[in-house]
Design a protein around this ligand. Sequence first.
Ligand code: MN
Length: 236
Amino acid sequence: MTALARDELAQANRILAHLGILDAYGHVSARLPDRADRFLISRSLAPALVTEADLMELDLEGEPVGGDVRKPYLERFIHGAIYRARPDVQAIVHSHSPSVIPFSVSSVRLRPVCHMGGFLGGGAPVFDIGHRFGCTDMLVRDAEQGAELARSLGSHAAALMRGHGFVVVGGTVQAAVYRAVYTEWNARLQRDAISLGGDVTYLTEAEAALADEANAGTVERPWQLWLRECGLNEQA
Ligand code: MN
C-alpha cells in the first residue's frame, strides 16, 4: 500500500474520533489496493491516537502478517469477513456511535430521512448475534461470527448490530467515513422527526438511490473540511 493510502487511513481514524463517531472503541480499516486478501487497521488503540506507525497488516482471517506481534483489535474479524464477502468493499468502519444503537434494539428501522442518508435506502439489516450464537458478550470474537455479520450485511451499505453498534462499508476510505458520519446524523434526524409526533415521510427507495449517486461524487468536500477541523491538512 502506498504511503499516501496509509496516511489517509490514519487521517480517517482521527476524523472519526473528532466527530464522535468513534470514541475509545470502534475502528476503521482499508483493504490493500495491491493485495485484495489483506487489509490495514490500527493496533488496539483509541482512534484519536492513531498514526501511520500504528497500522497493522492483517489477512482476511484476522491474523497479523509479517510477524507483527502488537496487540490487534479484538473485533478485527468484522473487517476480514466483510472483505472476504464483498469484493467491492475497500474500506470499513465499525462504530458504537450513540444515536444509532437505539435503532439496533427497536422495532423502528433506520431509514433515510434526508438526502445525505441516501445510502441507507436499501435498508440497514440488523445483525442479532444471539440468533446464531446464543448468549454472548455481544462482541464479534472470531471469523465465524464475522462471517455471520457479513451475511446479514449482504449487499447493503450498512448493518446495525443489536445492542452494540453498526458497520458501514465503502468503495474508498473517504466514502466509508462519509457513510459512518451520516449514519449517525440520519439516526439523530430520524429520532427527531419521530419525536415530533406526526407521520414521518422517508425518502423513497428511488429517491435514496438517486441521492446516494449524487453524493458519491462529493465525499471529497467534507473530507477536506474534516481534515482542516482536525488540523491534519496543514500545507508545507
Ligand atoms: Mn464493537
